[in-house]
Design a protein around this ligand. Structure first.
Ligand SMILES: N[C@@H](CCC(=O)N[C@@H](CS)C(=O)NCC(=O)O)C(=O)O
Length: 210
Protein backbone atom coordinates (compact mmCIF):
# COMPACT_ATOMS: atom_id res chain seq x y z
CA UNK A 1 0.00 0.00 0.00
CA UNK A 2 1.44 3.39 -0.88
CA UNK A 3 1.44 6.22 1.60
CA UNK A 4 -0.99 8.99 2.34
CA UNK A 5 0.12 12.40 1.11
CA UNK A 6 -0.91 15.21 3.41
CA UNK A 7 -0.90 18.63 1.83
CA UNK A 8 -0.50 21.19 4.54
CA UNK A 9 1.16 24.35 5.63
CA UNK A 10 3.09 25.27 8.75
CA UNK A 11 0.83 26.19 11.65
CA UNK A 12 -2.39 25.31 9.80
CA UNK A 13 -5.16 22.81 10.44
CA UNK A 14 -3.00 20.27 8.64
CA UNK A 15 -1.13 20.06 11.96
CA UNK A 16 -4.28 18.58 13.53
CA UNK A 17 -4.24 15.84 10.91
CA UNK A 18 -0.48 15.35 11.37
CA UNK A 19 -1.10 14.64 15.06
CA UNK A 20 -3.86 12.18 14.20
CA UNK A 21 -1.72 10.46 11.56
CA UNK A 22 1.10 10.15 14.05
CA UNK A 23 -1.16 8.72 16.73
CA UNK A 24 -2.72 6.30 14.24
CA UNK A 25 0.69 5.16 13.03
CA UNK A 26 -0.30 5.97 9.44
CA UNK A 27 2.51 6.23 6.93
CA UNK A 28 2.38 9.58 5.25
CA UNK A 29 4.37 12.12 3.39
CA UNK A 30 3.87 15.76 4.27
CA UNK A 31 3.86 18.25 1.41
CA UNK A 32 4.05 21.72 2.84
CA UNK A 33 2.99 24.43 0.44
CA UNK A 34 2.28 28.17 0.59
CA UNK A 35 -1.39 27.38 0.10
CA UNK A 36 -2.61 30.94 -0.43
CA UNK A 37 0.15 32.03 -2.77
CA UNK A 38 -0.72 32.00 -6.47
CA UNK A 39 1.47 29.54 -8.36
CA UNK A 40 1.73 25.89 -9.35
CA UNK A 41 1.28 24.55 -5.79
CA UNK A 42 -1.95 26.46 -5.32
CA UNK A 43 -3.17 25.50 -8.82
CA UNK A 44 -2.64 21.86 -7.96
CA UNK A 45 -4.31 22.30 -4.57
CA UNK A 46 -7.33 23.89 -6.25
CA UNK A 47 -7.58 20.93 -8.58
CA UNK A 48 -7.66 18.60 -5.59
CA UNK A 49 -9.81 20.78 -3.35
CA UNK A 50 -11.94 23.51 -4.94
CA UNK A 51 -11.77 25.56 -1.73
CA UNK A 52 -7.97 25.62 -1.90
CA UNK A 53 -7.80 24.68 1.77
CA UNK A 54 -5.35 22.65 3.78
CA UNK A 55 -5.46 19.97 5.06
CA UNK A 56 -6.05 18.13 1.81
CA UNK A 57 -5.25 14.45 1.90
CA UNK A 58 -4.40 12.18 -1.00
CA UNK A 59 -5.31 8.66 -0.02
CA UNK A 60 -3.14 5.63 -0.79
CA UNK A 61 -5.58 4.74 -3.62
CA UNK A 62 -5.22 8.21 -5.13
CA UNK A 63 -8.61 9.56 -4.08
CA UNK A 64 -8.81 12.84 -2.21
CA UNK A 65 -10.21 13.71 1.20
CA UNK A 66 -10.71 17.14 2.62
CA UNK A 67 -12.19 18.34 5.93
CA UNK A 68 -10.08 17.64 8.99
CA UNK A 69 -12.96 16.10 10.97
CA UNK A 70 -13.82 13.72 8.14
CA UNK A 71 -10.15 12.76 7.85
CA UNK A 72 -10.04 12.04 11.59
CA UNK A 73 -13.05 9.74 11.32
CA UNK A 74 -11.48 8.02 8.34
CA UNK A 75 -8.24 7.44 10.28
CA UNK A 76 -10.19 6.10 13.24
CA UNK A 77 -11.85 3.58 10.89
CA UNK A 78 -8.63 2.67 9.10
CA UNK A 79 -6.52 2.38 12.27
CA UNK A 80 -8.91 1.07 14.94
CA UNK A 81 -6.13 0.69 17.51
CA UNK A 82 -5.62 4.45 17.55
CA UNK A 83 -8.72 5.06 19.69
CA UNK A 84 -8.83 8.85 19.40
CA UNK A 85 -12.49 8.63 18.36
CA UNK A 86 -14.65 7.00 21.05
CA UNK A 87 -16.32 3.85 19.76
CA UNK A 88 -20.06 3.67 19.12
CA UNK A 89 -20.55 1.90 22.46
CA UNK A 90 -18.58 4.51 24.42
CA UNK A 91 -20.88 6.67 26.57
CA UNK A 92 -18.65 9.67 25.80
CA UNK A 93 -19.25 9.39 22.06
CA UNK A 94 -22.27 11.73 21.78
CA UNK A 95 -20.45 14.48 23.68
CA UNK A 96 -17.32 13.84 21.63
CA UNK A 97 -19.30 14.19 18.39
CA UNK A 98 -20.91 17.36 19.64
CA UNK A 99 -17.69 19.11 20.60
CA UNK A 100 -15.57 17.88 17.73
CA UNK A 101 -18.15 19.18 15.28
CA UNK A 102 -18.58 22.37 17.29
CA UNK A 103 -14.86 23.12 17.08
CA UNK A 104 -14.81 22.21 13.43
CA UNK A 105 -17.92 23.93 12.21
CA UNK A 106 -18.30 26.88 14.58
CA UNK A 107 -14.76 27.82 15.59
CA UNK A 108 -12.62 26.83 12.62
CA UNK A 109 -14.51 28.89 10.00
CA UNK A 110 -13.93 32.08 11.97
CA UNK A 111 -10.33 31.92 10.69
CA UNK A 112 -11.50 31.94 7.08
CA UNK A 113 -13.64 34.99 7.80
CA UNK A 114 -10.98 36.97 9.64
CA UNK A 115 -7.73 35.96 7.92
CA UNK A 116 -8.12 38.45 5.09
CA UNK A 117 -10.95 40.99 5.52
CA UNK A 118 -10.40 42.30 1.94
CA UNK A 119 -11.77 39.01 0.68
CA UNK A 120 -15.14 39.92 2.22
CA UNK A 121 -15.06 43.45 0.84
CA UNK A 122 -14.43 44.98 4.25
CA UNK A 123 -12.96 48.45 3.79
CA UNK A 124 -9.42 49.18 4.94
CA UNK A 125 -10.71 51.50 7.69
CA UNK A 126 -12.98 48.85 9.15
CA UNK A 127 -10.76 45.82 8.67
CA UNK A 128 -8.99 45.93 12.05
CA UNK A 129 -12.26 46.29 13.93
CA UNK A 130 -13.75 43.47 11.86
CA UNK A 131 -10.79 41.19 12.58
CA UNK A 132 -10.78 42.02 16.29
CA UNK A 133 -14.52 41.39 16.58
CA UNK A 134 -14.23 37.97 15.00
CA UNK A 135 -11.17 37.10 17.08
CA UNK A 136 -13.05 38.06 20.22
CA UNK A 137 -16.00 35.94 19.10
CA UNK A 138 -13.61 33.02 18.58
CA UNK A 139 -12.44 33.26 22.20
CA UNK A 140 -16.09 33.41 23.27
CA UNK A 141 -16.77 30.23 21.29
CA UNK A 142 -13.81 28.51 22.93
CA UNK A 143 -15.25 29.61 26.27
CA UNK A 144 -18.08 27.10 25.86
CA UNK A 145 -15.52 24.34 25.32
CA UNK A 146 -13.67 25.52 28.43
CA UNK A 147 -16.89 25.19 30.45
CA UNK A 148 -17.03 21.47 29.64
CA UNK A 149 -13.34 20.77 30.34
CA UNK A 150 -12.05 19.78 33.72
CA UNK A 151 -8.63 20.83 34.97
CA UNK A 152 -6.58 18.54 32.78
CA UNK A 153 -8.94 16.54 30.62
CA UNK A 154 -11.76 16.91 28.16
CA UNK A 155 -14.49 14.24 28.35
CA UNK A 156 -12.45 11.85 30.42
CA UNK A 157 -8.82 10.97 30.72
CA UNK A 158 -8.39 9.29 27.37
CA UNK A 159 -6.72 11.27 24.63
CA UNK A 160 -9.17 12.12 21.88
CA UNK A 161 -8.97 13.98 18.59
CA UNK A 162 -10.46 17.03 20.33
CA UNK A 163 -7.11 17.40 22.11
CA UNK A 164 -5.42 17.72 18.72
CA UNK A 165 -7.60 20.69 17.75
CA UNK A 166 -7.02 22.40 21.09
CA UNK A 167 -3.23 21.89 20.92
CA UNK A 168 -3.07 23.43 17.44
CA UNK A 169 -5.74 26.12 17.49
CA UNK A 170 -4.62 27.71 20.76
CA UNK A 171 -1.77 29.19 18.69
CA UNK A 172 -4.14 30.97 16.32
CA UNK A 173 -5.37 34.53 16.69
CA UNK A 174 -5.66 36.22 19.11
CA UNK A 175 -2.57 34.17 20.06
CA UNK A 176 -1.32 31.75 22.64
CA UNK A 177 -1.07 34.28 25.49
CA UNK A 178 -4.60 35.61 25.05
CA UNK A 179 -5.84 32.03 24.79
CA UNK A 180 -4.07 31.10 28.04
CA UNK A 181 -5.49 34.11 29.85
CA UNK A 182 -9.08 33.41 28.83
CA UNK A 183 -8.98 29.62 28.72
CA UNK A 184 -6.75 28.15 31.45
CA UNK A 185 -8.19 24.63 31.42
CA UNK A 186 -7.86 24.24 27.65
CA UNK A 187 -4.33 25.62 27.95
CA UNK A 188 -3.42 22.96 30.54
CA UNK A 189 -4.80 20.31 28.17
CA UNK A 190 -2.82 21.74 25.25
CA UNK A 191 0.35 21.90 27.36
CA UNK A 192 -0.02 18.25 28.28
CA UNK A 193 -0.54 17.22 24.66
CA UNK A 194 2.46 19.30 23.55
CA UNK A 195 4.69 17.45 26.02
CA UNK A 196 3.77 13.98 24.78
CA UNK A 197 6.83 12.63 22.97
CA UNK A 198 4.88 11.54 19.91
CA UNK A 199 3.51 15.07 19.37
CA UNK A 200 6.21 17.38 20.66
CA UNK A 201 8.22 17.50 17.42
CA UNK A 202 5.17 18.06 15.22
CA UNK A 203 3.94 20.95 17.36
CA UNK A 204 7.40 22.54 17.62
CA UNK A 205 7.86 22.40 13.86
CA UNK A 206 4.43 23.91 13.22
CA UNK A 207 4.77 26.58 15.90
CA UNK A 208 8.49 27.38 16.17
CA UNK A 209 7.83 30.70 17.92
CA UNK A 210 5.76 29.15 20.69
N1 LIG B 1 -13.27 22.77 7.26
C1 LIG B 1 -11.89 22.67 6.88
C2 LIG B 1 -11.23 24.03 7.07
C3 LIG B 1 -9.81 24.07 6.52
C4 LIG B 1 -9.28 25.49 6.51
O1 LIG B 1 -10.02 26.47 6.62
N2 LIG B 1 -7.95 25.59 6.41
C5 LIG B 1 -7.35 26.89 6.36
C6 LIG B 1 -5.89 26.82 6.75
S1 LIG B 1 -5.70 26.44 8.46
C7 LIG B 1 -7.41 27.35 4.93
O2 LIG B 1 -7.08 26.59 4.04
N3 LIG B 1 -7.85 28.60 4.72
C8 LIG B 1 -7.94 29.18 3.43
C9 LIG B 1 -9.36 29.42 3.01
O3 LIG B 1 -10.30 29.07 3.72
O4 LIG B 1 -9.51 29.98 1.92
C10 LIG B 1 -11.20 21.57 7.69
O5 LIG B 1 -11.67 21.27 8.80
O6 LIG B 1 -10.24 20.96 7.21
Amino acid sequence: MSKYVLIGSEGCGSAVVELAMREAGAEFELEEIPYLEPGPDRDRLLELNPLGQVPTLIMPNGSVMTESAAIIFHLADAFPDARFVPSSSDPQRPAFLRWLLYINSEIYPTTTFADDPRRWKISETKSQMYKDTIDQYRVELWGHVEEVADDRYFLGERLSAIYFYIAVMRHWRPGKDAFAKALPKLTAIADNVSRLPQFEGILKRNFPEA
